[in-house]
Design a protein around this ligand. Structure first.
Ligand code: HEM
Length: 223
């Protein structure tokens, strides 16, 4: 394609992509099973031989512990990973010039030059997402410690006891855990929309880069 040359850059390593999709799967399972746990509509009260709630809670915990593990792995990769493509975006997030350029570019007014892989708004949104995930993992572990008093639950109990006063009460921990679930519902919709939008707007293959790892774009970007 001599008259339409494209550039091909590896932007997401295999481990970053695996973490992304495992996290996406865990979050979908957690939102569905979590809402079910709070409103168990499939089995009515009356029998003692139906373990539906227990199985859903089991699934919720497997996905929950997977999310805790991926979150720790992701922290490590962000700070100590070989590629600094994510860390470089911090520079733009604290630059008013980069913010103005970012917001204008979204409104089809000029180019956007990124120091790393994310734009400032995207980077700050992901920091917010990470904070919410950390709160969900902590509140989830507190709830878990109060349901299972042995194993990991029992081991976490002293930490849970120390953390609950910071939230107020155990009841509020549960409410916060439930309330923040809506954040993920809203986030996923906007995230998918923005991924498709930015691919079209900036002529980069933004959605498939998290599958293949590669970013393809015309050598001469016309933003
Ligand atoms: C995206 C992350 C998560 C979402 C969206 C989520 C969502 C929910 C929701 C909606 C509930 C029901 C709350 C209620 O009773 O109203 C719940 C309960 C619970 N969650 Fe999560 N959760 C997440 C992560 C976690 C994690 C990381 C853990 C622990 C490792 C966890 C452990 C629990 C436990 C133990 C309960 C209580 C189950 C019960 O009452 O039987 N969750 N979750």
């Amino acid at each position: 394609m001599a008259n339409n040359p494209h550039s091909r850059d590896l932007i997401f390593s295999p481990i970053i992509r695996i973490c992304h999709w495992l996290r996406a799967l865990a979050i979908v399972l957690l939102v569905i099973s979590g809402f079910y746990l709070s409103w168990p509509f499939l089995v009515q009260y009356g029998g003692t031989d139906n373990l539906m709630q227990g199985w859903v809670r089991f699934g919720h915990l497997v996905a929950g512990f997977a999310l805790c593990a991926i979150t720790l792995a992701r922290f490590y990769l962000y700070f100590f990973g070989k590629s600094d493509i994510e860390r470089r975006s911090f520079k733009d997030a604290i630059s008013p010039k980069a913010w103005i350029e970012n917001l204008k570019a979204y409104m089809y007014m000029g180019h956007m030059h990124k120091s790393g892989v994310y734009g400032p708004l995207q980077y700050v949104t992901y920091i917010g997402l990470t904070l919410v995930i950390v709160v969900m993992c902590i509140t989830g572990l507190i709830l878990h410690a109060h349901v299972y008093h042995e194993g990991i639950g029992g081991a976490f109990m002293p930490i849970a006891e120390a953390l609950i006063p910071m939230f107020g009460t155990l009841a509020f921990v549960r409410e916060l855990h439930h309330f923040l679930t809506w954040f993920f519902v809203i986030f996923v919709v906007i995230h998918v929309y923005m991924a498709v939008f930015s691919g079209i707007r900036f002529k980069h293959n933004s959605v498939d880069s998290i599958v293949s790892g590669y970013d393809y774009h015309p050598m001469k970007d016309k933003h």
